[in-house]
Design a protein around this ligand. Structure first.
Ligand code: GRF
Length: 199
């Protein structure tokens, strides 16, 4: 199955997926909205096709997303993976990739959608935090949940401490979700995740 990964930054989740060498998953492209995304060079060094589509070159979100969709579709993806892609996506774009686009979010959804999730969880006095892999729907950080991992919040944690602890779990859950999707074990029907057990 063809997999396109979208990034905006260092791309450590992208790296975890590439490094997992998932049987049946071909990473056909890594696409960034930021020319300076660190993950681009990493992908290029491994011979993965990369593309940059700078959102600043577009007048509005619709125009950017329409062009992004064209760039992605040139790679004929079976699955689109948002891996630290820091753009809010239009409904049209989300619906085009309905049931075949995943996101990872560094909180235990439905708590702490959006940005600054780690500090928000600390400020709320939570004892646990974590990450969520979900199918993407037009509503931000809201689609059907595939998997979650939890970590403790320790008394003197900074947001960075917590982010690092959660990131190690992200790097386990995201490759697993991609592997489950490409083998057909994971799908979504009528807004509900179907997670067939491996036989
Ligand atoms: C991760 O924490 C991810 O959950 C969030 O953005 C961060 C991206 O990190 N959506 P990386 O670029 O994958 O290293």
């Amino acid at each position: 199955k063809n997999v396109v990964i979208l990034i905006s930054g260092r791309g450590s989740n992208m790296q975890s997926i590439v490094n997992a060498n998932i049987i049946g998953a071909k990473i056909v492209a890594v696409i960034s909205n930021r020319p300076d995304a660190g993950g681009l060079a990493w992908a290029q060094e491994r011979g993965i096709a990369t593309a940059v589509l700078n959102h600043r070159d577009f007048d509005n979100r619709e125009a950017f997303d329409a062009q992004l969709q064209q760039v992605i579709d040139a790679y004929q993806p079976d699955l689109v993976v948002l891996a630290g892609f820091m753009r809010i996506l239009t409904a049209n774009f989300c619906l085009h990739y309905q049931n075949r686009m995943l996101n990872i979010h560094p909180s235990l959804l439905p708590s702490f959608k959006g940005l600054h999730t780690h500090q928000a969880a600390i400020d709320a006095g939570c004892k646990l935090a974590g990450c969520t892999v979900h199918f993407v729907t037009p509503e931000l950080d809201h689609g059907p949940i595939i998997s979650q991992g939890a970590v403790p919040i320790l008394p003197d944690d900074s947001a960075d401490d917590l982010a690092a602890r959660i990131l190690t779990v992200e790097h386990q859950l995201y490759p697993q979700a991609v592997a489950d999707f490409v083998t057909g074990r994971l799908s979504v029907q009528d807004g509900k995740v179907i997670n067939a057990q491996p036989t």
